[in-house]
Write a protein of this length. Structure first.
Lengths: 113, 112
């Protein structure tokens, strides 16, 4: 069974702070790593999908990196804003069952004005 | 474009009753997925269809069946509902298994 772990479980920051979260996953037979943003009472929205070791992706103030050899990914938010408050989910899949996406339990971010 | 639609939005069932949750997408996506979301458990994959004509089990398939009716539609059936199946169910679709997934609005199911 693929185990995807996220830390921290929750995070409280001030507006303007930069922050980062970690996603750990088994490195053997890695296929893809997804990041999603989930606001309360809404549906998850995709941020990034990464497949290659060393991949770095950026969308506005949010960026992510991927290390498939050691099995971790970081999500960075630069200059956090109150609208960044959400739960950030990562999910991973393995070769041979590429569609079988296993999600971590998420990091809940609260940004105070 | 409506994206991913799910029906119904809410449902209450008695133990032992059956029902089918419907999901449709209008993005011409190849892959479709069914998840359940429970407090403290995150999102867990029930079944997925990597492409039209195929279905595979996810992490928690017991008690469920699926049908990929055509490229647009992917339904989830509960044959004999149990209280443990009380959850919020999300359908999602993607161009393929290495692409971002687009989620529907969810169906809140309560089994009494």
């Amino acid at each position: 069974i693929l185990n995807v772990e996220q830390s921290p479980q929750s995070l409280h920051v001030q507006e303007g702070d930069s922050t980062n979260f970690t996603c750990s996953f088994p490195s053997s037979n890695f296929y893809a790593l997804h990041w999603y943003r989930w606001e309360t009472a809404k549906s998850p929205e995709a941020l990034f999908v990464m497949t290659l070791n060393g991949d770095e992706k950026k969308k506005g103030r949010i960026s992510a990196t991927l290390n498939t050899k050691e099995g971790y990914s970081y999500l960075y938010i630069k200059g956090s804003q109150p609208e960044d408050s959400a739960t950030y989910l990562c999910a991973s899949s393995r070769g041979g069952s590429q569609g079988n996406l296993i999600f971590g339990k998420g990091t809940k971010l609260s940004v105070k004005p | 474009n409506a994206g991913v639609t799910q029906t119904p939005k809410f449902q209450v069932l008695k133990t032992g009753q059956s029902m089918t949750l419907q999901c449709a997408q209008d993005m011409n996506h190849n892959s479709m997925y069914w998840y359940r979301q429970d407090p403290g458990m995150g999102l867990r994959l029930i079944y997925y269809s990597a492409s039209e004509g195929t279905t595979d089990k996810g992490e928690v398939p017991n008690g469920y069946n699926v049908s990929r009716l055509n490229k647009r539609e992917f339904s989830l059936r509960l044959e004999s509902a149990a209280p443990s199946q009380t959850s919020v169910y999300f359908c999602a679709s993607a161009r393929g298994t290495s692409y971002e997934q687009y989620f529907g609005p969810g169906t809140r199911l309560t089994v009494t």
